[in-house]
Design a protein around this ligand. Structure first.
Ligand code: ADP
Ligand code: MG
Length: 479
């Protein structure tokens, strides 16, 4: 098939075919030459509604400017076609990405969902619903870092609360039940689609993957419960979000506000510019508290600031800025750890006086983070209850050692220990009957999973060789 010809652009190759367009990679004949993607729609095949969709898409893309929304550069037409020139996404689309990897680790899934959620938040602020969210319409940028961008606004709508549509739009597999069942629907359909996308990222297939439209429609009509493959473990927060999105009844589905605030996404600490200022303000307060010898407050503030700084550091692509940020982050980690030790020693001497005989496990209890006393006590209780189950107390001790290594700054060993402890505790948790011990174990597993994740992030910040950072960045983001 011959490539289209247009004055200012050289078409290079076909990169995608969608529901009504063909997308080409092209180069703008300017200096410097700019690589772009051009979406071409054959005018002769366009129905009245397809023209409407295209006009909506162009009008929306003109105003929507966001890091996680594909940018429109230009649009034009000739006798045969309408063209939309967009930024070229060199990583293809999410559908191909999942196919290549079969399924994605929870961390990667979180990263993508976080970016998708930031785009959806922006769309909501602009009163726009996408209406056709699916992996094929989520484009990926590999360079300078792996980034997701929402594309294909062909079915997008301005939100008009009073006016609800009855036409079927989008792809059945990702389509909310209320659309398929021809009930009234609104923007909440996007949340269902996010749930299906999340499921496909985690398990490699859609929750209602079917061989035919009939089969799919049956499953939706029967409100078949969503089954999570037993072979893949996902964290409780991840499972909670997934199942809250995949609620058949839109009024039971998680709301946009709760979605944006969900702990699995942790959008609050997402690496966005605004959070950099927030982190700096927190550190300034930490330094003040530190100077005033308000140690616990200072530790709290340093730790809070680090929760913002670390994602920003991981996300930074400019080597110079990354280096500066890394040394800043290391300084804050070091200071927070020094202060923790001061606190620990103080608490130890206090405890020695008050509770010397109270608990023979006191030394290990003291090793726990004394700032979170309730956690230390529940650990002690769990440890006492663990004796009756083979392997449990050993695994708890390994987890405890991991915490110790973490406090000492030996991140590699800490991560190894967290992982080996969780490797035993997670399956045990799966078999544990309801009761006090299950609650305690659940809490401990969650705590250490979070700790393992932050340890991984700390490792990344510590170990990236600045020279190699560019090449390794994709892996860093993906881990
Ligand atoms: P349609 O509206 O016909 O579904 P899309 O806009 O979804 O068309 O594009 C079809 C496919 O082309 C996408 O699924 C994706 O694989 C590819 N594609 C679209 N836009 C880009 C882009 N900017 N960069 C790279 N690939 C793209
Ligand atoms: Mg498409």
């Amino acid at each position: 098939m011959s490539l289209p010809t247009v004055n200012d652009y050289s078409f290079l190759e076909k990169i995608g075919t969608g529901s009504y367009a063909i997308v080409y990679k092209a180069v703008k004949k300017t200096t410097p030459r700019e690589v772009i993607a051009i979406k071409c729609v054959d005018k002769s095949t366009l129905s009245k509604s397809a023209i409407d969709n295209l006009v909506t898409e162009i009008n929306l893309l003109k105003i929507l400017k966001h890091e996680h929304i594909v940018e429109m550069k230009d649009f034009f037409w000739d006798e045969g076609n309408i063209y939309i020139a967009m930024e070229y996404c060199d990583g293809g689309d999410l559908s191909n990405f999942i196919k290549k990897k079969h399924k994605l680790p929870e961390n990667v899934c979180r990263k993508f969902l976080q970016q998708l959620a930031l785009a959806l938040k922006y769309l909501r602020e602009n009163s726009v619903c996408h209406m056709d969210l699916k992996p094929q319409n989520l484009l990926l940028m590999k360079r300078p870092k792996l980034t997701l961008k929402v594309g294909d606004f062909g079915f997008a709508q301005y939100l008009a609360p009073s006016e609800q549509k009855f036409t079927i739009r989008g792809s059945p597999l990702y389509m909310a039940p209320e659309i398929l069942l021809r009930h009234k629907y609104d923007c909440r359909v996007d949340l269902w689609s996010v749930g299906v996308i999340m499921y496909e990222c985690l398990f490699g297939k859609a929750p209602y993957s079917s061989n035919s439209f009939q089969e799919l429609a049956e499953k939706i009509k029967d409100m078949r419960p969503i089954e999570l493959p037993k072979s893949s473990y996902i964290s409780p927060a991840c499972k909670n979000l997934l199942l809250s999105l995949l609620k058949h009844n839109p009024s039971e589905r998680i709301t946009f506000e709760d979605f944006f605030a969900h702990e699995f996404l942790d959008l609050k600490h997402a690496p966005i510019q605004e959070n950099f200022h927030h982190a700096v303000a927190l550190v300034q307060k930490a330094v003040q508290s530190d100077a005033q010898k308000n140690t616990k407050e200072a530790i709290h503030l340093y730790s809070e600031a680090l929760r913002y700084f670390i994602p920003l550091l991981i996300n930074e692509v400019d080597l110079q800025r990354k280096e500066a940020l890394r040394s800043r982050v290391n300084e804050y980690i070091k200071r927070a750890e020094q202060l923790k030790n001061v606190c620990l020693n103080y608490d130890r001497s206090e405890e020695r006086g008050v509770m010397q005989k109270e608990d023979e496990r006191a030394p290990s209890l003291q090793r726990m983070n004394t700032l979170d006393r309730s956690t230390s006590f529940s650990f002690t209780e769990l440890f006492a209850l663990s004796k009756s189950t083979t392997g449990m107390s050993g695994a708890l001790e390994i987890g405890e050692a991991a915490e110790q290594y973490l406090a000492e700054g030996n991140y590699a060993l800490a991560l190894e220990k967290f992982q080996s402890s969780l490797g035993v505790l997670v399956p045990l948790l799966g078999k544990e009957p309801p009761g006090r011990r299950r609650d305690l174990l659940h809490k401990q597993v969650q705590l250490w999973m979070k700790a393992a994740e932050s340890t991984k992030e700390l490792l990344v910040t510590k170990d990236i060789d600045p020279q190699a950072a560019n090449e390794t960045h994709e892996q860093c983001v993906l881990q």
